[in-house]
Design a protein around this ligand. Structure first.
Ligand code: G16
Length: 543
């Protein structure tokens, strides 16, 4: 490792003195202006991780749901999953090191992780369409990552514009020796579309014709990539794209995060009663569905209901095939109480709760033969163990009659999921296929259970790290008195639940409350926000 060359190059990407950033829920995220040194250093780290694992590592330049002026970066591990927690710590150390400490921090990582510096390294990059008001940030920041990779002698392939889950998919494909698929955009489009067409052709044969769905792409990369992919599956589904980036700003008044947190339709979407509509977030790794009824009321179908639809369908297929496999559903504290109850009592699947962040859900889901994980915000997928995948694909060929049909449906569903990461395009196709196969309308899907009214709010505090939590973020440990205050407030309402946690992607504290009426959920959320403001050093406007 030529540390002298690294230090020299690092001066071109000098770290602003004193700036400390942390590898958060999904990598580093902040104002794009403060990220140049982070990108260079994540290029360095990706090379070390690649040498240590002997695998291709991914670097995605995106800030996903954050406002357009933010940017960010996250590293993708060999099987397409999020970076391992111990390496997140290295990422934070490396990002925080002042220039003169860089050689020491790099050497410490090499020693601690027993990195064989003689190994070759290969890094793949992707970026979304984020631009700041004055200049494109993603392209320049990707170049800084490449600088970091090359100064340590790593090789790279820059995919350019990709959705985040597409980059996860590429990494997984490359490290599975092609077993998972071809590591190209065409390979991705073909694999998913082939599975989707196989699934839906059974329906079209029965005379239902082509289905259609309206998609709000948050003015992000999803629009570009969905347009690119639509011709591959057009015989089974037609998509009408809104917020495609030609007019509005990224994630502004549109996209999955806006629709879920505001519980209203995105700007620019033309909704007819009963029509299925969905929203992606900025980098197309989340999806939520919705529709409006004849009276013009908006109905949101979030990640919880997506998990319910998927896990019920998978259970039904297994029953038809005659296989009893171990299915589990993973949620977070944001999951609506009604969804957890429905999954446990009606679908009869075990439900687990982890901390926010798909990295936590993904790992828990890997413990099952089939693990379905979704955050309420629409971020999720389903994972099938390798043994299950092999078995189902064998049964799909061997079995005949109804059992064989169910096995072939399941085999195609397995191929349709992006098992590397939650993926809005893949999830949309899975949902569309299930609705078509089951002959369900969006209203019927929505009617599976009634959500408890809920409200999410944000509070700004001086330092959000004063809030720490336990029990999968359902209880606040610090600051003193906060949990007692929340527990007392909950006692005032029926079916009430509330919690607070510091965001790992934005400089805010998030508040969640649910109760038996919207009025109660709103007022509980408001009272909890006030408690946070008072006890955790609130700044700005008082809630
Ligand atoms: C990221 C994570 C999600 C998480 C979300 C919000 O999503 O991947 O798992 O739910 O941030 O996190 P927080 O509440 O800590 O800000 P995305 O779509 O922005 O990458």
């Amino acid at each position: 490792m030529d540390l002298e060359a690294v230090c020299k190059r690092s001066l071109v990407h000098a770290k602003p003195q004193g700036l400390i950033l942390q590898y958060g829920t999904a990598g580093f995220r902040t104002d794009a202006q403060h990220l140049d040194h982070i990108m260079f250093r994540m290029g360095l780290l990706a090379v070390l991780r690649s040498k240590q694992t002997g695998s291709t590592i991914g670097v995605m330049v995106t800030a996903s749901h954050n406002p357009e002026e933010d940017n960010g970066v996250k590293l993708v591990d060999p099987l397409g999953e999020m970076l391992a927690p111990s390496w997140e710590e290295h990422a934070t150390c490396l990002a925080s090191a002042e220039e003169q400490d860089l050689p020491r921090v790099l050497a410490a990582i090499v020693e601690k992780e027993a990195v064989d510096l003689l190994q070759t390294a290969f890094v793949v990059l992707g970026r979304d369409t984020r631009v700041t008001a004055f200049r494109p940030s993603s392209e320049k920041l990707s170049q800084s990552v490449i600088d970091g990779v090359t100064v340590l002698g790593g090789q790279f392939h820059d995919y350019g514009l990709l959705t985040t889950p597409q980059l996860h998919y590429m990494v997984y494909c490359r490290n599975s020796g092609g077993r998972y698929g071809l590591a190209t955009v065409e390979g991705y489009c073909q694999k998913l579309s082939k599975a989707f067409i196989e699934l839906t052709k059974q329906v079209s044969c029965s005379g239902d014709g082509t289905r259609s769905v309206k998609v709000d792409c948050a003015n992000g990369i999803g629009a570009l990539k969905l347009k690119e992919m639509a011709p591959y599956f057009s015989q089974g589904l037609s998509v009408q794209i809104f917020n495609d980036g030609t007019g509005g700003r990224l994630n502004h008044l549109c996209g999955a995060d806006f629709v879920k947190s505001q519980q209203k339709p995105p700007r620019g979407m033309e909704m007819e009663p009963g029509e299925r509509c969905c929203s992606f977030d900025g980098d197309a790794d989340r999806i939520v569905y919705y529709y409006c009824d004849a009276a013009g009321h908006f109905h949101l179908i979030d990640g919880d209901k997506i998990a319910t639809l998927i896990s019920s369908f998978l259970k039904e297929l297994l029953l038809e095939i005659g296989e009893s496999l171990n299915i589990g559903v993973v949620q977070t504290a944001y999951a609506n109480g009604s969804s957890t109850r429905y999954l446990e009592e009606v679908v009869k699947v075990p439900v687990y709760c982890t901390k926010t962040g798909v990295k936590h859900l993904h790992h828990k889901a890997q413990e099952f033969d089939i693990g379905v994980y979704f955050e309420a915000n629409g971020h999720g997928t389903a994972l099938f163990s390798e043994a299950v995948e092999v078995k189902i694909k064998r049964l799909a060929q061997e079995l005949e009659g109804e059992k064989g049909k169910a096995a072939r449906t399941l085999a195609n569903i397995i191929d349709l999921f992006n098992q590397a990461a939650g993926d809005a395009i893949s999830d949309m196709l899975v949902i569309e296929a299930i609705l078509a196969l089951k002959g369900l309308t969006v209203q019927q899907w929505d009617a599976l259970y009634v959500d408890l009214p809920n409200r999410q709010l944000k509070v700004k505090v001086v330092d959000r790290r004063v809030i720490s939590t336990t029990d999968a973020e359902r209880q606040a440990v610090t600051p003193p008195g906060l949990q007692e205050a929340i527990s007392d407030l909950m006692k005032k309402y029926k079916l009430a639940r509330a919690f607070v946690r510091p965001s790992g992607t934005e400089d805010i504290v998030r508040i969640y409350a649910e109760a038996n009426s919207q009025e109660s959920a709103d007022s509980l959320a408001c009272e909890v926000s006030l408690a946070v403001f008072q006890l955790a050093g609130g700044i700005g406007e008082r809630p």
